[in-house]
Design a protein around this ligand. Structure first.
Ligand code: ADP
Length: 742
């Protein structure tokens, strides 16, 4: 499994925050560069578009405004064109020209002109003779009267004198005020005899222009700016004039007697893609878009301007808006990128997490499989309990040990189902002690009850159960099955007991033969000494008789000593009565010697034991000794029978085959153990004396066996019976009061 090593951040590196990530994102990604490029293009394009749009707007406005202003200008310029013609038709005017000195005519003419001029609304209406001398004028009675003024150098006079309609804009020679002059010839008999001219003020137009935000001006055919909203520009030339033109203007005094050519204060920049030009004024640092509206009928050029600052402002506004939009775009892109990055990181993190979970799950599965294998291979039972004693875990070995499934045990509180019913108090005590944390470190031995009813001996070793946080959450016990060991111990004990019993049986046998042997001698000696004493008494040999009686007494004492030793032996082996099973006594006797002896005699052993144990109150060893004795007697009886048959050359065929039958039964509170053979049986003379001490029919017999056996059985409150068996043979029966079933 990979080991996760935490990334180490160098001390000089600032912590990686969102902005660092943002910078990284901005720095390193192509899409972001594209977005930035788009943003720059957007800003530039917006500026360009706004400039173009604003220029178009401005040009449109200028064009429309030019049309309107041209219309107005034309209206003003032509409104009074009729007036000189009309006045020229007046007979009074012709009369004046014919008689310039006639005072009354002149007065009438002055009055006429004054009246017409006032009604028409023109500035001045006046009449000149063929020499340009003003004979009458509407302002005849004002200080700036034109009367007697000569205007022959004025173009409009010259034009009219030649029969043409004159029009001229210039500064008034008399008043010094600019105005538009229109003239018409006065004929007399087809000959021009004078000129009528009207002067019209253009100031209202200029006043209108002054209302406009940007300059408007009007240039004559020579490019001299003669009318406009910016006074300092007046009478300046928009193009260089040749000497002829300068002289002509000065001659005409068109723009005053002191006029001299002087260029306008701007530089013209041609714009190929624009309908006009741009005027750059270095002094005021202004630039104007200039739209020229030619007025060919008047010979003038009207120029309207718009401060290009508006365009620049529109461009700047567009830039600002586009920059904002680009900012938003970049921010949006940044947000999108951060979001994508975070989603990517989340996806990556999720993948890594899933990978780690998979690895962890795999490792856990491995560990679980390993643990499971380990647990399954364990012979030691494991049982975990919580602090209240509830079983929270058992392994397979534990389940096998007690015969319950884990699902049956987990969740159980004491008393647990495998507690042995005979040892509940001890279980409770052990459980409480363990839960109190006082379990003996060397472990507790417990007898459990397997589900199948068998006993299970175990050793419990209990320790604290600590969880991953170090908290004490319960108790873990390892359980070692010591049943086999226990059984081995019991077996050993039984074997030892058996050995002891064999020893004792052998000892009893030995004791009996020793008794016989040792008593034989003193008894034989007693018989001899008694016979000798009787002979000596008959012979009257008192001294020798005394010796014989002394010897007789010694032998009697010796016999008494032998009997005393037997008594001491008996005292050393006091009767130990306890509940015993007759069936078990049969088994034990067989195991001890009987089966081996039967095999030696070639006699089969048959058992007919009761299904249930037959408990009696007895000394187990003595009881077994009785059974053993009866069994051996039966084998010997059948051996005797066999010998007799052999002696009769096999003529007598036994009705039943030889066998040793051991049977246990119960009847009305009496337990019975019968030893049956197919020997010669018990003839009446033998049957009467069977239990007498020292009665024997065998050459090597002592005749004490049955006597002792009966004493033993009777000492246990029972009786030993003997009778002939049906079909031949003998039947010996031990009857003892049966104990109630345990
Ligand atoms: P011993 O075996 O030393 O003779 P016992 O007291 O055991 O002494 O037996 C006494 C006598 O009872 C035997 O000698 C034998 O004659 C007779 N006896 C005992 N058991 C049987 C038997 N199963 N069948 C026939 N006779 C028997």
């Amino acid at each position: 499994m990979d080991v996760m090593v935490p990334a180490v951040t160098p001390a000089s590196t600032p912590p990686a925050g969102p902005w660092v990530r943002a910078r990284t994102a901005l720095r390193c990604t192509g899409p972001m560069a594209a977005v930035l490029g788009v943003a720059v293009l957007l800003v530039l394009g917006a500026g360009e578009w706004a400039t173009r749009n604003e220029l178009d707007n401005q040009w449109d406005n200028l064009r429309r405004s030019g049309e309107v202003q041209a219309l107005a200008l034309r209206g003003v310029a032509t409104r009074y064109s009729y007036l000189p013609f009309t006045a020229a038709q007046q007979p009074l005017v012709a009369a004046l020209l014919r008689n310039p000195d006639a005072r009354s005519v002149r007065d009438a003419a002055n009055t006429y002109l004054q009246t017409v001029n006032a009604n028409a609304g023109s500035d001045t209406l006046y009449v000149m003779d063929a020499n340009g001398l003003t004979l009458a004028s509407s302002n005849w009675n004002t200080p700036s009267s034109f009367v007697d003024q000569n205007y022959r150098n004025r173009p409009y006079f010259r034009d009219a004198l030649q029969g043409l309609a004159g029009r001229f804009y210039g500064v008034g020679k008399t008043t010094g005020e600019p105005g538009l002059f229109a003239s018409a010839p006065v004929y007399d008999d087809g000959k021009v005899i004078g000129v009528v001219a009207v002067k019209v003020q253009m100031q209202p137009i200029v006043d209108t222009w002054a209302q406009l935000r940007d300059p408007v001006f009007l240039a004559d055919e020579r490019g001299i700016l003669f009318l406009g909203s910016v006074a300092p520009w007046l009478y300046k030339t928009t193009r260089p004039l040749n000497a002829q033109e300068v002289l002509q203007v000065q001659h005409d005094e068109q723009y005053g007697a002191r006029w001299a050519p002087e260029p306008v204060p701007w530089q013209v920049r041609q714009r190929d893609d624009q309908p006009g030009v741009e005027l750059a004024l270095p002094d005021s640092r202004k630039n104007y878009l200039a739209f020229e509206e030619p007025l060919p009928d008047l010979g003038w050029t009207l120029t309207l301007t718009a401060d290009s600052k508006v365009v620049a402002q529109a461009r700047q506004q567009a830039w600002v808006l586009a920059t904002l939009a680009s900012g938003l775009l970049v921010l949006g892109a940044l947000y999108w990128q951060l979001r994508e990055r975070r989603l990517q990181e989340n996806r990556q993190a999720r993948i890594e997490l899933e990978q780690r979970v998979l690895e962890r799950t795999h490792a856990l599965q491995q560990a679980q499989a390993f643990r499971q294998s380990m647990e399954d291979s364990l012979l030691v039972g494991m049982r975990a309990r919580d602090l209240e004693g509830r079983i929270v875990y058992v392994n397979a070995a534990m389940c096998d040990m007690v015969g319950y499934a884990a699902s049956e045990l987990i969740g159980c509180l004491p008393p647990y189902p495998y507690w042995h019913p005979d040892e509940l108090d001890r279980h409770w005590n052990d459980s409480d002690t363990a839960l109190a944390g006082k379990a003996a470190p060397q472990g507790n031995e417990n007898r459990l009850r397997h589900r199948n009813g068998s006993d299970v001996y175990t050793m419990f070793y209990t320790a604290r159960l600590i969880d991953g946080d170090g908290r004490h959450i319960g108790w873990m016990s390892s359980v070692v099955d010591i049943t086999a060991q226990k059984r081995a111990e019991e077996h050993q004990q039984k074997r030892e007991a058996q050995l002891q019993r064999v020893q004792r049986v052998i000892t009893v046998g030995e004791m009996a033969s020793t008794l016989a042997h040792e008593l034989n001698q003193p008894l034989a000696a007693l018989v001899n000494y008694a016979a000798a004493a009787r002979s000596l008494a008959t012979q009257g040999k008192t001294a020798l008789l005394n010796d014989s009686l002394a010897a007789l007494s010694t032998q009697a004492l010796r016999a008494a000593d032998i009997v005393g030793r037997i008594r001491r032996w008996v005292r050393q082996h006091p009767e130990a009565r306890e509940p015993c099973d007759l069936n078990a006594a049969v088994d034990q006797s067989l195991d001890l010697l009987l089966r081996a002896e039967a095999r030696r005699h070639g006699v089969p052993v048959r058992l007919d034991l009761s299904q249930t144990p037959l408990h009696v109150h007895a000394d187990r060893v003595l009881l077994e000794q009785v059974v053993l004795n009866l069994g051996l007697n039966a084998l010997q009886a059948m051996q005797t029978m066999h010998a007799m048959q052999m002696a009769s050359k096999g003529l007598h065929i036994a009705a039943h085959p030889h066998e040793l039958l051991l049977r246990t039964t119960t009847d009305t509170g009496q337990a019975s153990l019968q030893v049956l053979d197919r020997g010669p049986g018990l003839p009446p003379e033998i049957a009467e004396r069977l239990f007498e001490p020292f009665f024997t029919t065998r050459s090597d017999g002592l005749g004490l066996g049955l006597n002792i056996c009966r004493s033993i059985v009777e000492s246990m409150g029972g009786e030993l019976l003997a009778r002939n068996r049906e079909g031949g043979g003998a039947l010996f029966e031990i009857r003892l009061p049966q104990l109630p079933t345990l």
